[in-house]
Write a protein that binds this ligand. Sequence first.
Ligand code: SF4
Length: 328
Amino acid sequence: MIETVDIKVGYSCNNDCYHCVIADKRRELLIARGTADRSTEEVMQLIEEAGRDGAKNIVLTGGEITIRRDFFEILEKALATVQTVIIQTNGRMFYYEEYAKRMATYERAHVTIAIHSIKPEVHDWITGSKGSFEQTTQGVRNLVKYGIKNRIGGKLVISKKNMDDLTNVIMLCKELGCNSLNIAFPHAMGNARLNFYDCVPKYSEVKDEILKATKKSVEIGLHIDWEAVPLCFLPGYETFASELRLSEHTRLNDLTHTDENYSISRKTRAKKKGPQCKKCRYDLICEGVWGDYVEGYDISELTPIQGEKITDLRMLESFKIHPVQIRN
Ligand code: SF4
């Protein structure tokens, strides 16, 4: 049974991020088709298909969905079709109070907003859009002001530009009123591939900041999770890996292709581990690193952890402070 359907509504965006994974596809689609966006009808059809297949959740993403004229129409259709809708956005449109006010009224809609630094000049540099930090953070404040409550989370993509700023962004998210923060290691596609050695750090370069930031999140009570960070870089905090919380069956409706079970292809094709991982106690539960990381860097830094193989997440010490849903 499909649990989640991830629909890319189009690649148009009001930011141009340094780490953007779809920038190359946007350029190609614009050249080939003259548009990088789906029509309203195409998006509605995908939502209906998700409903027919019994999906519980729809993730709506782009590009930037909130700049579409039909944004609320799409959102309402998705809410009428499934239990929960997650909007992934840079949040800049919520700088406009009427927009934020309306968004906050949809009780089963969750919003994930990208915040890449606490320094306006660094965030703006990463997004390629001057003033975006001001608009994004004010967007979060507006959504909180109009009652979005615990349905708002932050999203940070790590790069060499912000890798020392992770703890600070955790504190900023807490201060702004976010309920959570997802911190993702960059997936080197699109612009991140073009800028690989300027953009993608080595895990060993971020290791200390990852631990410092995780400890801070526990101290201040902000739920965080780490995306594409292998468990050997989360010692004592293994259950903070976002992969342990993802849907077991996600269909990905990208503009260029549909992946009927991205949950499986992510684990078996997109992610890679080293031969040394066979000896690791986390081998059965760890996804490893993005394949493009292996193309760019030596992965001898992945260090097998000794001990009894983990077969049940409840065996992990960090389960007590950061539990994970246990599935049959
Ligand atoms: S050594 Fe390999 S299996 Fe073990 S935690 Fe690291 S990446 Fe995962």
